[in-house]
Structure formats: structure tokens, C-alpha cells
Design a protein around this ligand. Structure first.
Ligand SMILES: NC(=O)c1ccc[n+]([C@@H]2O[C@H](COP(=O)([O-])OP(=O)(O)OC[C@H]3O[C@@H](n4cnc5c(N)ncnc54)[C@H](O)[C@@H]3O)[C@@H](O)[C@H]2O)c1
Length: 315
């Protein structure tokens, strides 16, 4: 297949591109190398992808509709991962979130309609579950209690995709990712920040006084789910993609400390606005319809991240 992959220089996009290329697909990456976090990491990912014959990177913005339209010509699928992806950053930059995550999403969706692309596979987030107390979170639960503009953006993306499917019959599949981690991971996420601070002897900030639980999902498992979805190309679905395990934050930190070979100083802080106390995915639907089987619990995934981190930053 020929696949347009937005956000290809990003964490999940980079890994997705590698798997698609390895199986022989042609991938057109589309990314604006946004400065939301250190773009040198994005450049490093892009450099690795550039070695592949069937990969092209277009440096473009999804807000630039003509550029997006040009990149989409003749593709079999659009995989849309480009977004502003941080929860906390959305408090300080609400307008950028509306521009990129809502208007940008609309551009992708509407261009898929205009060019009659055979399928749109896109990223949603576990943030759509927001303040719901019920665990594990299921795709059948009501999701109308988002706690951040980011969560609201993702919920709106799902609604927009649903409406476009209803009106124009476009195949659309959304994926609610649960706390994704792994090599080349995002510097604004907990595993990266904790590892970095522990290895450099800085204190780590532990929110929610450490009493939080997360469904941490290893990148390779996420990509396996996404690729299955590209192939299935269901008419209209939403899938939870998580590991399906609820880990205590303090156990997660202990594992990082073990991998780093040293204990971190901890600064316990209250919950942040927009944070949820616990997340856990019900993955039965993805198991049944995508053959999704997460293989990497944190005891296997965290060491892979720390090994990558030490090598990459030479620490
Ligand atoms: N990593 C997670 O835990 C997680 C969890 C839930 C949902 N998601 C979603 O998955 C997707 C990928 O996330 P990620 O972790 O790889 O984030 P990322 O920030 O590493 O990747 C997103 C990429 O999109 C690009 N981008 C941003 N604005 C753009 C624009 N206007 N035009 C073109 N490109 C633009 C960025 O430069 C970046 O490379 C996002 O939609 C995110 O919201 C991620």
C-alpha cells in the first residue's frame, strides 16, 4: 500500500513508519517538526527513516491544506497521528490546540472525502474518558466528561469522523491510545522525564502524591494494533489500544530506578489540573476485531527504554 502518515517524525509515527516500511509498504511522511518538544529528536527519527527507499518525508503543516492535498494524491490509506499531544501544554496554548487538533483534523478528514481515499486511521486518546470512574474503560462507555481541552479535541475528532462516515461513507477508525512509551519516546512524558532526572541526580516530581495508576502501553504493541487496523479498514470503529494492566505509579518509578541503578529523590505534589487518578483499558474489542495481543508488560518495556536512553544520550 501507499500510505500517507501524518506526524511521521513523532514518537508513534516514527515506529509505525518503520513497521510499515519493513513489510514493504510505501510511506509518505508529513510533519511540520513542531517545536512543542526538542525537534532534534524528530530530526533523528527522520534521519533513520530517510535511509529507507520507500520513504519520503514532506515537511508540511496540516493547516496548509494545499500542501496536505498534494501529499495525499494517490494514497491507499491516510494514517493521521499529527497533533499537539500533551495534556498540560493545552492549558497554556488553547488556541493552537483548536487550530491543529480540530481544524487540522478537519483538513485531513475533508481531504480524505474530496480525494475518495479508501480509509482513514487516526489517533484518539484515553483522555476522552476524562473523569469517568468506571474501570476498565470500554468503548461502550459514555464519554462526555473530558478534563482537558486536549481530551475534548480528541472526543471532537471522533464525532467529526463519525459524522463524515455517516454523510459520505468514508471508512474511519479511531484509536484511544493509553500512555504509550518506548525508545525514541516523548521528552514530555513521565518515563522520559523520570529517567532523565534520576540519571542526572535531579529530583523527580511525582504528581497525585504518587497515588496514581496507569495503563502503560509499549510502543510495539500500539503499532501492531494500528497496522492491524490499517489492514482491516473497518467501515467505522473506535478501539482502545492499551496494555490492559493497571500499574501503580510508584512501582513504575521503582522499576525505572532499578534500570538506572540508582534511587531518585522524590518531590511529592498534588494532582495537576486535567490529570486522571487511574487509567485502564478494556481491550476485549481490539483483541476480537484486530487480533490485538499486547506482549510487553512494564518489566520488559521499561528496561528497553532506559537502555535506549543511555545509549542515545550517552549517559
Ligand atoms: N504518546 C501517547 O501516550 C499518546 C496517548 C494518546 C494519544 N496519543 C496521540 O497519538 C498521536 C501521536 O502522538 P505521539 O506521542 O507520537 O506525539 P508526537 O508529538 O511525538 O508526534 C506528533 C507529531 O505531529 C507533528 N505535528 C504537530 N503539529 C503538526 C502540524 N500542524 N502539521 C504537521 N505535523 C504536526 C509533530 O511535529 C510531531 O512530530 C497524537 O495524535 C497524540 O495525540 C498519544
Amino acid at each position: 500500500m501507499k500510505i500517507l502518515l501524518t506526524g511521521a517524525a513523532g514518537f508513534i509515527g516514527f515506529h509505525t513508519a518503520q513497521v510499515l516500511l519493513a513489510r514493504g509498504d510505501e510511506v509518505i511522511g508529513f510533519d511540520n517538526f513542531s517545536p512543542y518538544y526538542d525537534p532534534t529528536l524528530k530530526e533523528a527519527r527522520a534521519k533513520i527513516l530517510a535511509k529507507e527507499k520507500k520513504f519520503t518525508m514532506i515537511r508540511g503543516d496540516i493547516l496548509d491544506r494545499p500542501a496536505l492535498a498534494k501529499a495525499m494524491k494517490g494514497v491507499d490509506r491516510v494514517v493521521h497521528l499529527a497533533a499537539l499531544a500533551g495534556v498540560r501544554y493545552s492549558f497554556e496554548h488553547p488556541e493552537e490546540y483548536i487550530d491543529i487538533n480540530i481544524k487540522g483534523f478537519f483538513h485531513v478528514l475533508d481531504e480524505v472525502r474530496v480525494q475518495k481515499i479508501a480509509g482513514l486511521i487516526y489517533a484518539s486518546s484515553s483522555s476522552v474518558y476524562g473523569g469517568n470512574d468506571k474501570l476498565p474503560a470500554s468503548e461502550e462507555d459514555r464519554v462526555d466528561n473530558q478534563l482537558s481541552l486536549y481530551g475534548q479535541n480528541k472526543k471532537d475528532n471522533e464525532t467529526m469522523a463519525h459524522t463524515y462516515h455517516h454523510l459520505y461513507g468514508i471508512p474511519v477508525t479511531g484509536h484511544r491510545f493509553f500512555t504509550v512509551y518506548g525508545p525514541y519516546g516523548r521528552p514530555d512524558m513521565a518515563l522520559f522525564m523520570f529517567t532523565d532526572a534520576i540519571l542526572k541526580g535531579r529530583p523527580i516530581q511525582v504528581f497525585g502524591e504518587g497515588k496514581m495508576q496507569r495503563d502503560f502501553t509499549y510502543i510495539d504493541d500500539i503499532v501492531a494494533g494500528l497496522v492491524a487496523s490499517i489492514d482491516k479498514n473497518y467501515p467505522e470503529e473506535i478501539f482502545n489500544l492499551g496494555c490492559g494492566r493497571k500499574e501503580e505509579l510508584m512501582d513504575f518509578i521503582a522499576m525505572i530506578e532499578e534500570c538506572c541503578g540508582t534511587k531518585g529523590k522524590k518531590e511529592f505534589l498534588p494532582m495537576q489540573p486535567g490529570d486522571v487518578r487511574a487509567s485502564l483499558a478494556d481491550i476485549s474489542k481490539a483483541k476480537k476485531m484486530l487480533g490485538f495481543e499486547p506482549k510487553t508488560p512494564i518489566r520488559l518495556g521499561v528496561p528497553k527504554f532506559v537502555t535506549w536512553y543511555r545509549e542515545y544520550y550517552n549517559i
